[in-house]
Design a binder for this molecule. Structure first.
Ligand code: BJW
Ligand code: ZN
Length: 259
């Protein structure tokens, strides 16, 4: 894996600094350097666990306790983790770029903890739960939970994790805003996702067809590398902070990248 050169980083930094509408789509790779396992890579959750047993409504109806044990274990891992420099770089963009949107497939809440305020969580939030019977929602930050599976205080029904499982639709409101941002963006940066899961991965081609420049940050090739205009291979926690817009004039920036 060739590391991106200073010149490549500088070109992307300037693109980002000049963007009117920058949209960032993140996946599990952005939290990997915080110690949260990804899904599909080496050490990925789907290498040890079967998605069909743990991340579908059918699996939950078959064995809610087993599903909750898995989510409780993951909540414990996440509770002990800290946001990394990649999360923090993204949070800083939100503060300085007016047309900025963050879309994440991650359910871990590390973007929020890094200071991002407006996060479109297309696959939900592991810290939320909702009643399978009456639909009531609540946020519960306890890890571990005292009783598994948790029950609804209102109707006694089973609570379920507030995440989007395979075969389930994404929240209509969140999805509409994600699509809008993808269509409006002039730069669309996709980081740390294998881009195998739809409809989230489709946001990249949506943005591309609407005219955005696509930038990918990933350790490896993904499902969207072939349509990316710039590919930065490396750890998100190291690359994203280097893309922070500087207020250097172009001649100063050029001097700083000369050997
Ligand atoms: C680094 C790094 C570092 C590592 N720095 N990089 C065929 C075509 C289209 C769609 C489908 C289809 N067949 C089935 C579907 C539908 C299905 C789907 O997409 N399946 C595909 C897998 C084939 N999708 C759905 O079911 C979705 N719903 C839907 O379509 O609704 C409509 C519908 C309704 C009814 C019937 C049918 C359709 C819902 C998808 C929900 C996904 N849920 C999960 C679990 C969430 C809860 C939880 O966390 O438990 O979401 S699955 C899992 O994958 C999780 C993730 O958000 C998602 C994406 O994973 P991500 O983030 O890309 O992680 P990885 O591990 O795959 O990749 C990590 C990447 O990081 C790698 O590239 C590494 O190289 C990189 N990396 N370290 C930079 N340090
Ligand atoms: Zn209920």
């Amino acid at each position: 894996m060739a590391e991106p050169s200073q010149i490549e980083l500088d070109v992307v930094r300037r693109l980002i600094g000049g963007a009117h509408f920058l949209t960032v789509l993140t996946g599990a790779g952005v939290s990997a350097e915080s110690g949260i396992p990804t899904f599909r890579g080496p050490g990925g959750l789907w290498r040890t666990f079967r998605a069909e047993d743990l991340a579908t409504p059918e699996a939950f109806l078959r064995n809610a306790k087993l599903v909750w044990e898995w989510y409780d274990w993951r909540r414990g891992l996440i509770a002990k983790a800290e946001p990394n420099p990649g999360h923090r770089a993204i949070a800083a963009w939100e503060r300085i770029l007016p047309g900025f949107t963050l879309i994440t497939q991650n359910v871990d809440g590390l973007h929020d903890r890094a200071g991002s305020r407006n996060v479109l969580k297309v696959h939900g939030d592991i810290w939320e739960m909702r009643c399978f019977e009456c639909g009531v929602r609540k946020v519960d930050l306890r890890a571990p939970l005292p009783v598994l599976p948790p029950k609804c205080a209102r109707c006694g029904g089973l609570m379920r994790p507030g995440v989007v499982w395979f075969g389930e639709s994404l929240s209509e409101d969140v999805w509409m805003r994600a699509e809008q941002a993808a269509r409006a963006s002039d730069i669309f940066l996709v980081a740390g996702t294998s881009a195998q899961v739809y409809p989230a991965a489709g946001l990249v081609s949506l943005a591309k067809h609407a005219g955005a420049v696509i930038v990918e940050v990933n350790l490896e090739e993904s499902g969207v590398s072939s349509i990316a205009d710039a590919v930065l291979r490396g750890p998100a926690g190291e690359i994203l902070p280097q893309l922070a817009p500087t207020n250097k004039r172009p001649d100063e920036a050029a001097r700083s990248i000369r050997p």
